[in-house]
Design a protein around this ligand. Structure first.
Ligand code: HEC
Ligand code: HEC
Length: 486
């Protein structure tokens, strides 16, 4: 019964290849059963052996019988003729139709694989819960609509190199509803198959020792393709994130001020409770009574409450001091720096993915590497000026600004596996792009072509990389540089 309930009836009520085949087969099956039953019933009657039964006479065989057989032959030929015609007429769209069918099925299967418990598509035996880390479908306030895989985080613990402190430090997991702007479908497949060693992103394909075969990986890519934002939406989102980043330090400072006020207000309340408890105790003389013991307990508890309230004030004071310092450090941070932090630092800066600026116990200089100094995946960006130096034309003259243009194009397009880039760079396909305008897509998975960042945003990042990064320390203040330098 549960088998039947789990059966996808919906598939057979549609007027497509599966639906028609299903019903034609059902009718034939029922007809066969009826014929078999009738044959059994008829066989019960006694009949003379076949060789003793007189057969039809010639008259009958050559006229009525022959005509009936020929008549049926004509009907079947007509059916064949008509169906060949219909088949021929449908041929040009048949191929396309089967691709559509493949896509639809793949997207549905991919969604089941991607789903976590909060999603309708979740199936405990199949789902891999990608959404746990990359985000369940949810209303996006920046876009005013529901989006899937809008980004999230993976549970993770950071232990400092001396192993003295360890912190629950969530590892940021990127939004995947823009992933086809950054990577080609093939490159996404590579990430899914092999994962990102050294990060919480596991290998899911059999070739990477994961659990899933090639078809499942393809289905996941098809699902991701089906949830991509349009370039306008992606850029709107990037702009909203930039705005939030600009005010983040001020918002953290305001929250820390409120937290200290609340903590301060809690102290007199706790002290009052202690005074009440102490007065109640003083009123009792019989030190052996149950009431006395009870009142003593209440005093101890209230005493601990005062202690905790004071501890909370200390913590809130430290947090506020740090928030103030962080806000001072972040004053005057450029758009280019913030955009780099939002889009690039996770691969190009050590530990960026676990950095949380509101953790006063773990300031950036204790956790992060030098900005752009090499991170989980991308390597050190200290040499971008040489990598994207101006090139020389055929006459050996420097082409002014060509280095900047080439760097812009590299960031917009990303790297391709085994393809050179810049001067002497070798791509692995793991450096994401920002635009999918030139991305190869043999299966037609990319629905929206464009860029997830605007050209101005990319320019701002290029200027920061060329002129801002060299000026930075791992204290993560504002880099001082001329934004028009590049
Ligand atoms: C335990 C949490 C977790 C789960 C589960 C998980 N991922 Fe990831 N994934 C991550 C993190 C973290 C990253 C970023 C790693 C890094 O910092 O380079 C990532 C990166 C990726 C990327 C690369 C995106 C980019 O722009 O760099 C893709 C694609 C991806 N995951 C797809 C999936 C799919 C599909 C599944 C389910 C089969 C999945 N992930 C399950 C945590 C997770
Ligand atoms: C998913 C990880 C990842 C992210 C995110 C990422 N990069 Fe990279 N980046 C790489 C890798 C890996 C390379 C090395 C080239 C390769 O392997 O193809 C690279 C190389 C580069 C280089 C060339 C450095 C050199 O000297 O050869 C530049 C410049 C660069 N990245 C800039 C950026 C910018 C700007 C962003 C953000 C818009 C960014 N990267 C985001 C992974 C990443």
């Amino acid at each position: 019964m549960t088998m039947l309930a789990a059966w996808d009836w919906h598939r057979f009520t549609k007027f497509d290849v599966w639906g028609v085949l299903f019903w034609v087969n059902s009718v034939v099956l029922v007809a066969l059963v009826i014929i078999a039953v009738m044959a059994l019933v008829r066989d019960r009657q006694e009949r003379a052996p076949a060789n003793l039964v007189p057969f039809h006479d010639d008259e009958d065989l050559e006229t009525r019988r022959l005509e009936r057989v020929l008549g049926w032959a004509l009907v079947f030929s007509a059916v064949l003729a008509v169906s060949y015609g219909a088949y021929w007429l449908r041929e040009p769209t048949r191929q396309e139709g089967s691709f559509d069918y493949f896509d639809e099925g793949a997207v549905e299967r991919g969604e089941v694989l991607f789903a976590n418990k909060s999603m309708e598509a979740y199936a405990s035996a199949f789902s891999l819960a990608c959404a746990d880390c990359h985000g369940s479908p949810a209303e996006d306030p920046d876009l005013g609509k529901e989006v899937a895989a809008g980004g999230g985080s993976a549970p993770n613990v950071y232990a400092d190199p001396d192993q003295e402190k360890s912190f629950a430090a969530a590892w940021k997991a990127p939004a995947l509803n823009t992933v086809l702007y950054r990577f080609s479908p093939d490159e996404v497949k590579q990430v899914l198959i092999y994962g990102r060693p050294g990060t919480p992103m596991a290998a899911w394909g059999t070739a990477g020792n994961g659990p899933k075969n090639d078809q499942s990986i393809n289905d996941l890519v098809a699902y991701l393709a089906s949830i991509q934002l349009t370039p306008e939406e992606a850029q709107q989102k990037a702009a909203a994130e930039l705005e939030r980043a600009k005010t983040a330090a001020a918002a953290q400072l305001a929250a820390a001020e409120t937290a200290l006020e609340d903590a301060n207000a809690a102290v007199p309340e706790a002290e009052e409770k202690l005074a009440t408890a102490e007065a109640a105790l003083a009123a009792l003389d019989d030190e052996t009574s149950a009431e006395y013991v009870e009142a003593q307990r209440a005093v101890t508890k209230a005493d601990r409450g005062v202690e905790q309230a004071n501890e909370a004030v200390t913590t809130a004071t430290t947090d506020l001091a740090w928030a103030q310092e962080w806000a001072d450090r972040r004053a005057g941070v450029t758009d280019g720096q913030l955009l780099f932090e939002l889009n690039c630092a996770r691969c190009h800066t050590q530990n960026w993915s676990v950095f949380n600026p509101s953790n006063a116990d773990l300031p950036p200089e204790d956790l992060l590497g030098k900005p752009g100094g090499g991170g989980s995946l991308g390597f050190n960006l200290a040499n971008v000026l040489e990598r994207f130096a101006d090139i020389l034309n055929a006459d050996g003259e420097r082409v002014e600004g060509s280095g900047v243009t080439n760097q812009h194009d590299f960031i917009a397009g990303g790297s391709d596996a085994n393809q050179p880039y810049g001067i002497g760079g070798g791509g692995s396909g793991r450096m994401p792009g920002q635009c999918n305008t030139d991305t190869a897509d043999p299966l037609g998975l990319i629905e929206h072509r464009g860029c997830q960042l605007t050209p101005e945003m990319i320019d701002a990042i290029v200027a920061y990389e060329r002129c801002g990064l060299p000026a930075m320390t791992n204290e993560y203040g504002a880099a001082e540089y001329d934004e028009d330098c590049a």
